[in-house]
Design a protein around this ligand. Structure first.
Ligand code: ATP
Length: 460
């Protein structure tokens, strides 16, 4: 993992947040190459799930919304993690992470009901030593810590002006359900997709960009008729499960590194009747990449109760009114990027006893598609020809021009940032109007006529 983090910083993918002020723990900024990759993922996801489907439309809802939304959704009371603290070093931890999910699930009922004294006794039995300072019997009783980040609207910090940064993008979709039905001509079944930032005051963020307090989600709420029997929603759930695997394959992530975890009933979120977590084998362990949940009609029904507005769908043919049920595929953008970085990082021995690091990104995902490299920096004709090629390509492909250092070093740099093609312009190019095109993965070089370059570099 350290090698990936250092490459990402050195080459301009991801920087530590607020670095010149000593940083802000677990915040990250995306540099020129990181932002290209995030944009490539977002637009491919949108094409895959919105443009290529007939019955999915998009939305971009506000981040700060009426706080009543979070009462209706259950986040205000229920969106919390069990926080414990070491009395000696004051480090904070998630109790469920320290004792392990299985033990925590067995103990959950006890911790929900027992007195503070009994809860403290039990946690000290379960976690004898503080993992940070190593002192014994120092843990406090777990308390539920709400993960929503608070803010105040307007100049006075009064409880009436308290608002939250959204912890998920989904609720912005539910509260606009009626607006979309009346304006988009979609009929059930149909879906609404959204890409946007979400915020969670995580107790233990970490593992690079895996768990941060500010991150991006790509979510779809797919509305279906209330099922008459389980098989009615199960078949839609299964379709989405396959689609999610197709997307993972499209990212060229090895499916043998994906584990589907059928979340046990007692661990399900309050709104879910079934959830599958798609876990990826990250360098620091097998952890959740994406989720697929059957949310029933929980959200629309509750928003109707809390808002007192009719959120039922009226079937245009039968006139039947109902709250549609919802299947929700959800994708973390930052975790997608992290999985791709981990998947594509390769160290290779190459002829001549040298080593190279190469990021074997799928071509569509690579931040730079082609590099134009003049063989010599001090030959005006070669430079002019190289710039002409670069200017001609850059309108249609993300392109980089680089004239600094030896050609070998420039190739190494392009390998490290995952550029699929490198074009070298040399003396022959001046006479024959052709160039050398080097393939990142095979390192093979081919002469290509300049006039044919655009066609040659096509990658779909
Ligand atoms: P976890 O169990 O890892 O906390 P979760 O089950 O709470 O995740 P969801 O609420 O299902 O996550 O969120 C949907 C997706 O958003 C996740 O599958 C993940 O890709 C992403 N995600 C959730 N929390 C974070 C975070 N703190 N940082 C980065 N991505 C996140």
């Amino acid at each position: 993992m350290n090698k990936i983090i250092s490459l990402c910083k050195r080459r301009g993918f991801i920087f530590p947040g607020s670095e010149i002020y000593g940083g802000l723990s677990n915040s990250w900024d995306f540099g020129p190459l990181g932002v290209e990759m995030k944009n490539n993922i977002k637009s491919a996801w949108w094409k895959f799930f919105v443009y290529d489907k007939q019955n999915i439309v998009g939305i971009d809802s506000a981040i700060i919304i009426n706080p009543k939304v979070w009462e209706a959704s259950g986040h205000k009371d229920g969106f919390s993690d069990p926080l414990i603290e070491c009395r000696e070093c004051h480090c904070r931890f998630r109790a469920d992470h320290l004792v392990g999910d299985d033990v925590w699930n067995q103990e959950k009922d006890f911790f929900d009901t027992a007195s503070e004294q009994d809860r403290e006794k039990r946690i000290v039995d379960l976690i004898e030593k503080c993992p940070h300072c190593g002192r014994k019997k120092t843990m406090t009783a777990p308390r539920n810590f709400n993960l929503m980040l608070k803010t105040y609207l307007g100049p006075i910090e009064d409880k009436n002006d308290l608002a939250y940064l959204r912890p998920e993008t989904a609720q912005g979709i539910f509260i606009n359900f009626k607006n979309i039905v009346t304006t988009s001509r979609q009929t059930v079944p149909f879906g609404i997709a959204q890409i946007g930032k979400a915020f969670r005051n995580e107790i233990t963020p970490g593992n690079y960009i895996f768990r941060t307090r500010e991150f991006e989600q790509m979510e779809i709420e797919y509305f279906i008729k209330p099922p008459k029997q389980d098989s009615d929603w199960e078949c839609v759930f299964e379709e989405w499960r396959k689609l999610m695997l197709n997307w993972i394959e499209y990212l060229e992530i090895d499916l043998s590194k994906i584990k589907e975890l059928n979340v046990p009933k007692k661990d399900l979120a309050h709104y879910s009747k079934k959830t599958i977590d798609f876990e990826y084998s990250f360098p620091f362990g097998v952890k959740e990449l994406y989720g697929l949940a059957y949310r029933t009609d929980f959200d629309l029904k509750n928003h109707e109760i809390f808002s007192q507005k009719n959120l039922k769908y009226r079937d245009p043919i039968t006139g039947e009114e109902y709250w549609p049920h919802v299947i929700e595929p959800t994708f973390g953008l930052d975790r997608t990027l992290l999985a791709v970085l981990a998947e594509c990082y390769k160290e290779e021995n190459i002829p001549g006893g040298e080593k190279r690091v190469v990021m074997s990104f799928p071509k569509w995902l690579a931040p730079i598609k082609v590099a134009v490299l003049p063989l010599l920096k001090n030959n005006e004709k070669i430079i002019a020809k190289s710039l002409e090629i670069y200017n001609n390509l850059k309108g249609s492909l993300s392109c980089e021009y680089d004239e600094s250092g030896t050609i070998g070093r420039r190739y190494r740099r392009q390998d490290e940032i995952g550029t699929p093609f490198a074009i070298t312009v040399d003396f022959e190019s001046l006479e024959n109007d052709d160039v050398t095109v080097r393939d990142r993965d095979t390192m093979k070089q081919e002469r290509v006529k300049i006039a044919n370059l655009k066609e040659y570099l096509k990658y779909d």
